[in-house]
Design a protein. Structure first.
Length: 257
């Protein structure tokens, strides 16, 4: 089943074409990587999918529904969550509070009910609390639930940001450079963690990453962007040996080298 489809999507900013005719068919349950040099247009692709940008040309479909131009909160409610390259936790709130913020996306009670703490709201809030605690246990952060998010080690902060995204109950999880700033041991732990998430939460994963060990060790299929254009697509071994990819990253034409 194709979960996410981009039909030759283009994104222009004035006279600059950031992404040109980007095509994607992401299957349910897949772990897909998007790589390319800095400025290749990778984050722009994520921003179009999540509603931060509306494509200049053509459409994006999620579960066969056209989501092009919808607001980010609407897209999140439909089942797409993301993390960012720079960690965006609320450092002064607890680990639990950070996760509950994600769970509150699906809160059904009105603001009036919340202010007056009507019985329906109180019951729903207790349910969200229980769900948040259970989620933290599942991602091995339960022991840190009442600690300030900003006090966690860097690797656990990354894990918490992913947990907060999972709290929205997504079908599709977009990870923007999840291994950024990690040492080799933390990166390997992240690979295992993301693979477990796919299986445990039945979530499809689309990630941007510069750490090639992470990409090659985790992704089942890889797309390569260069100057907004897709220059390669395939399994990790094919991408590693692709002359166009090597040239884009190293500036070396392997045919003439």
């Amino acid at each position: 089943m194709t979960l996410l489809k981009l039909n030759n999507v283009t994104m222009r900013f004035g006279g600059l074409t950031a992404v040109d005719s980007f095509k994607l068919a992401l299957k349910k349950g897949e772990i897909l990587g998007l790589i390319g040099p800095n400025g290749a247009g990778k984050t722009t692709v994520f921003n179009m999918i999540t509603g931060i940008y509306s494509p200049t040309k053509n459409s994006i479909y999620f579960r066969d529904e056209n989501i092009t131009g919808l607001k980010p909160d609407i897209i999140a409610k439909k089942g797409i969550a993301r993390t960012f390259q720079n960690i965006r936790l609320l450092d002064n709130l607890t680990v639990l509070d950070n996760v509950m913020i994600g769970v509150h996306l699906h809160l059904k009670s009105s603001l009036f009910s919340a202010i007056l703490r009507l019985p329906g709201y109180v019951r729903e809030e207790k349910s969200l609390y229980t769900k948040s605690i259970n989620l933290l246990e599942r991602v091995e952060l339960g022991d840190f639930a009442y600690e300030k998010a900003g006090s966690l080690p860097y690797g656990k902060q990354r894990k918490l940001e992913i947990a907060r995204a999972l709290a929205t109950n997504p079908e599709l999880l977009l990870l923007d450079e999840p291994a950024a700033g990690m040492n080799p041991q933390e990166s390997q732990e992240l690979v295992n963690f993301i693979r477990q998430l796919r299986d445990q939460f039945n979530v499809t994963i689309f990630l941007i990453e510069h750490d090639m060990k992470v990409v090659m060790g985790l992704c089942e299929r890889i797309l390569v962007l260069d100057y907004g254009v897709t220059i390669a697509e395939g399994i990790p071994q094919e991408i590693q040996n692709n002359p166009e990819v090597i040239k884009a990253y190293l500036g070396v034409d392997v045919v003439n080298a």
